[in-house]
Design a protein around this ligand. Structure first.
Ligand code: SAM
Length: 327
């Protein structure tokens, strides 16, 4: 059992397979990425991911999400998915969707049921502007392919004021005809992503905007949910809001993270990291390290800021960039 000092049990591990990505989303990539950054590699091997994941499973992990960077750009991603499918966990993945068509079969064989796809705009041009690459048509096709193959598809949309907040009703309209579950994510601060409080479009602002066009109802939430779910009567899909900035959900947090270089983080915003990979490579027992990392978890937001995001000075946050953590 992985319990912290606030009596929170942890059953959910997010593993970053790589910090490389084929897209250049402005909110995720640091603007000043050093030249040659993507060439660096001290990443966990397939065997190391398998061993570390197996240890977490013995300690009570019930859900593993693969993320990145873009997890599907890793050459041995298929092998990793197959290897992890042997564990008695819910296996899930978060992807930008560009390479999904090459993975449908392996997802099915591994028993994956739900796929999270990032999509920040329903307009090709805006999407290209945000992601730095022209992959909109491919992503839309691949969302269709996932739906056709009966995967549950959640769409992750980072909402940035002045960039895409006006598209929220379009996304809700999309859920009328497609069984997609769109999650609007408040813009979060990470190293180098040019966050400012003025760019945050909050949970309340999102609901006010959507309410101008749609009547919606609250859907029930589970204890560990990070999103607040809503539905419009007659729509096939739903929408939800992830309100890390304006209404954090730390009290129900059950998540742990492993970066691609094998460092464990007990929170997306944690300052400290525990070097699990070096310990494994030197033949040490990683169980006490994992337990200690969980035990040292702060009550909220990695101990780095509070709910008053309007007063936050993001330059004081000591963390990696999102692409480097694994979102
Ligand atoms: N490449 C994959 C993808 O695009 O989904 C997985 C990695 S990405 C870092 C994981 C999730 O983090 C995405 O849904 C992305 O939208 C979200 N994300 C990244 N930076 C963010 C930020 N600054 N604020 C809120 N969400 C962010």
């Amino acid at each position: 059992m992985l319990k912290d000092t606030f009596n929170r049990d942890h059953h959910y591990l997010r593993i970053s397979l790589t910090d490389k990505c084929n897209l250049r989303c402005s909110y995720c990539n640091p603007v000043d990425l050093p030249k040659g950054y993507f060439a660096h590699s001290n990443k966990m091997s397939v065997d190391e991911i398998d061993t570390i994941a197996g240890t977490f499973v013995q300690l009570g992990i019930k859900k593993i999400r693969l993320t990145g960077g873009e997890p599907l750009v890793r050459k041995d991603a298929k092998e990793i998915i197959r290897r992890l499918s042997k564990y008695p966990v819910e296996l899930a993945i978060t992807t930008n969707g560009v390479f999904v068509h090459e993975f449908i079969e392996v997802f099915q064989q591994a028993g994956l049921q739900s796929v999270n796809v990032s999509l920040d705009s329903l307009k090709k041009d805006t999407n290209t502007l945000i992601t730095g690459r022209d992959e909109f048509d491919r992503v839309i096709q691949n969302i269709g392919l996932l739906l056709k193959n009966n995967f549950r598809v959640k769409i992750n949309t980072v909402v940035i004021k002045g960039v895409n907040e006006h598209e929220l009703p379009h996304f809700v309209e999309w859920t009328k005809h497609e069984p997609v579950h769109v999650r609007f994510i408040e813009f979060m601060p990470f190293t180098g992503n040019q966050w400012s409080r003025e760019k945050v479009f909050s949970h309340d602002e999102m609901l006010q905007l959507i309410a101008k066009q749609y009547a919606f109802i609250n859907l029930p939430n589970k204890k560990h949910d990070t999103d607040k779910k809503y539905a419009v009567a007659g729509h096939q899909g739903t929408f939800a809001i992830i309100s890390t900035m304006s209404r954090p959900f730390c009290s129900g947090c059950n998540r742990l993270r492993l970066t691609t270089d094998g460092k464990m983080k007990n929170c997306l915003f944690s300052k400290s990291e525990v070097d699990i990979l070096s310990a494994l490579r030197s033949g040490s027992d990683i169980v006490p390290l994992i337990k200690q990392c969980v035990w040292s978890k702060d009550e909220m937001l990695g101990g780095q800021f509070s709910t008053a995001y309007e007063k936050l000075d993001s330059s004081k946050i000591n963390n990696r960039s999102m692409i480097n953590i694994g979102g």
